[in-house]
Design a protein around this ligand. Structure first.
Ligand SMILES: Cc1cc2nc3c(=O)[nH]c(=O)nc-3n(C[C@H](O)[C@H](O)[C@H](O)COP(=O)(O)O)c2cc1C
Length: 394
């Protein structure tokens, strides 16, 4: 595929062009009209971080603070992106890269490319369309969404708007009967995997959210649970716990979950290889290396720095996914080179959502997908299986 103008990304032809990525296509030219600026004079975003300032302008100050903040001094937030920038690539040249195959299979589900949408709570704070707009954007861009259990739209309604069956993220509730019913609702709706968030027994230091006095819109998946009424993620005074998170969860809880659901369970929020080992022993089907977008415990390492340690320990026994700080196609390539089976993005698609609803979500995914394909081709890798440690300049 030859793309001669970067404007193709924002033109109506973007999706058609991208869906042809796995196979060689005829050289393609794009009309100059694709490059025109928007009517408000601002240029079309051409990379993920271009969406950030546009989203800030569009969202309410409270919505913006909630979506963009990191924990405490935001050290890990910075490290998450900087760590990718430090990793250098080792390309191979004179490889026939006219055909690329970016497909992967996870838990029996085929994905056209290894990029999923991470669970992000309360998306109506970013855009009135909230999670429904994200589901439509994910469908348009042919990716899979992981729905947060703290969504502002019910899991059934989101499922109905999705194309590729989404995955469901679970925050364990103190009321285990309620948690069990929630999991069973997700399973009977048709969700394909369950991501149990394991790094969030309570909310960490969130100074920016506290200053902005963030209030979450209603969380319909928790409806009927008495603790959910007016619950806040930021308890006051000396209290550090919140009624809508269970601080007693242990690896045994995963064994309990396996007794009533057939869905693959992924442990989301693992950084320590010792925990990866325990996750496998407890019967998880997959591991997500994540530091919760650096929103909970500050000064933990960048996820890409933890990834290699975890993938070495896991040694292929279960799929390993990673999120945090992925902003470029080369970041996706680096994560796969260090052993990840797939990656997820959080804030970048929320920026797209904030700017243009479902269209913005799809644009963000298409840009990253295309950059990833370019990174594969320019390092001489034509299949996912051929992306290994030798891609990294070490
Ligand atoms: C505003 C916001 C809300 C989030 N809500 C959840 C959530 O409900 N459940 C969860 O497991 N992770 C949640 N996360 C973490 C993301 O799933 C993901 O780990 C993180 O955003 C990835 O980092 P990135 O934003 O740098 O791509 C949230 C992240 C953000 C930014």
């Amino acid at each position: 595929m030859v793309i001669t103008r970067r404007g193709v990304l924002v033109s109506g032809g973007a999706i058609a062009a991208l869906s042809a990525l796995p196979v060689a296509a005829e050289p393609q030219t794009v009309s100059p009209a694709a490059d025109v600026a928007k009517s408000d004079g601002s240029a079309e975003p051409v990379c993920l971080t271009d969406f950030e300032p546009l989203a800030k302008k569009k969202m309410t100050p409270m919505g913006w603070e909630y979506m963009s903040a990191g924990a405490a001094d935001e050290i890990s937030l910075r490290w998450n992106t900087e760590a990718y920038q430090r990793i250098r690539l080792r390309p191979r040249v004179l490889v026939d890269v006219s055909r690329l195959d970016t497909r992967i299979t996870l838990f029996g589900q085929e994905h056209a490319f290894p990029i999923l949408l991470a669970p992000v709570a309360s998306q109506k704070l970013a855009h009135p369309g909230g999670e429904l707009a994200t589901a439509r954007g994910a469908a348009a861009a042919d990716t899979t969404m992981v729905l947060s259990s703290f969504s502002n739209t019910s899991l059934e309604d989101v499922f109905a708007a999705a194309k590729s069956p989404p995955w469901f993220q679970l925050y364990m509730q103190r009321d285990r009967g309620f948690t069990r019913e929630l999991v069973q609702r997700a399973e009977s709706a048709g969700y394909r995997a369950l991501c149990l968030t394991v790094d969030f027994p309570l909310s960490g230091v969130r100074n920016r959210e506290a200053r902005a006095n963030v209030k979450l819109p209603p969380l319909p998946n928790l409806q009927g649970m008495k603790e959910s009424k007016g619950a806040s993620l930021l308890p006051s005074g000396l209290d550090i716990y919140t009624p809508i998170l269970d601080p007693t969860v242990t690896w045994k809880t995963i064994e309990w979950m396996r007794s009533f659901t057939k869905l693959p369970i992924l442990a989301k929020g693992v950084l320590n290889p010792d925990d990866a080992e325990l996750a496998i022993k407890a019967g998880t089907s997959g591991i997500m290396v994540s530091n919760h977008g650096a929103r909970n415990l500050d000064t933990v390492p960048a996820t890409i720095d933890a990834l290699a340690l975890v993938t070495e320990r896991v040694a292929g026994r279960v799929p390993v996914l990673v999120d945090g700080g992925i902003r470029r196609g080369t970041d996706v390539l680096k994560a796969l080179a260090l052993g990840a089976n797939a990656v997820l993005i959080g804030r970048p698609y929320v920026w797209g959502l904030g700017v243009e609803g479902d269209t913005g979500v799809a644009k963000v995914v298409n840009i990253l997908r295309r950059e990833f394909a370019m990174a594969m081709a320019l390092t001489g890798r034509t299949t996912i299986a051929s992306i290994d440690r030798t891609v990294i300049w070490s």
